[in-house]
Design a protein around this ligand. Sequence first.
Ligand code: NAD
Ligand code: WQD
Length: 334
Amino acid sequence: MSILVTGGAGYIGSHISVELLNSNYDVIIIDNLCNSKIETIRRIKEITGKGLKFYHKDLLDQNSLDLLFQMNNIDAVIHLAGLKAVGESVQFPLMYYRKNIVSTMNLCEAMQTHNVKRLVFSSSATVYGAAARVPIQEDEIIQPTNPYGRTKAIIEQMLYDQYTSDKSWSIAILRYFNPIGAHASGLIGEDPKSIPNNLLPYISQVASGKLKKLNIYGRDYQTPDGTGIRDYLHVTDLAKGHLRALEKVMSSTGTDTYNLGTGNGYSVLDMILVFEKISGIPIPFQFVENRQGDVAISLASPEKSKIILGWAAEKGIEEMCRDAWHWELNNSSE
Ligand code: NAD
Ligand code: WQD
């Protein structure tokens, strides 16, 4: 079976591609490399000992997309390509609407034209905004607080509309909580181009000496230690969730939405302690102002994914941090 992975050279897409190849799927990646490197494609092959097809193309280029679908017998698409920086999306909303929404429209149009109607889409827990109830269930109100989150919410709606118009589509919308860690080989992982926005890459770079200290955004949240609580999950568990979702879309039609998270929450101070334990390196920090748009607690209810997809995260917080640290050590000179 042949799977098109959009954004497959990126952090999450590369881990999904590894899991797909390990499960004997044929993999075709399209990526414009705006936030990734060609070296990652080589490393996916190295880890799996298998080949794949790579198209260095942009989803906004409809002709190339059309040609790609013409030249390959694609059974299903896992769509990850897009921009994901919350702050940047506030600064450049139009760019986010074009690069996330228009590119998804192009992809779905090419899929419709070429009769490929099985899709797994990367959404985000950010669509919930400040949810009234935690753990968050999939039927929680959608109220994103930034343009990035709104692009995900709009795409979700667009996919439901597409299914309503043509019931032979089969779509799984996956709302990721906080993916961290790296492949156990240390060969692929998250590779931020500038100063990281997210907690784990920032802590890793403090530990490796690239950054001096961590700024903790706020100490007065309604949480036991006053810092924000998140549902961190290992990127390899997340990747495996995509294979379960793929099996689901291959075996039925319909559209459904699933949280991918562990259901366990860790505060910023918890994460510092775990990272210090596994690395043996102290992480200096200081408290600074709350970051605009941050919520106190984001925690998934993973029940629906467990029951319907048969997926549950397996790796614990220490393994997540250990793999993140291994990746940082392997790649810190690059
Ligand atoms: P990433 O930036 O590492 O990967 C995205 C990939 O898409 C990159 O390789 C980039 O070069 C490519 N790309 C972007 N625009 C493209 C375009 N127009 N045409 C072709 N390729 C394009 O990001 P990631 O962390 O791997 O995230 C993957 C997906 O998961 C994104 O849609 C993101 O919004 C979503 N997501 C990520 C997180 C997270 O914390 N990392 C959480 C929730 C959801
Ligand atoms: C985690 C906690 C921060 C950095 C973001 C996006 C979301 C999703 C995942 C894509 C919070 C604190 C962080 C730092 C800190 N991405 N923190 N100092 O905010 O849950 O989600 O990434 O969809 O859309 O918004 O993750 O890793 O940025 O923050 O104190 O330097 O760490 O305040 O409590 P977040 P994060």
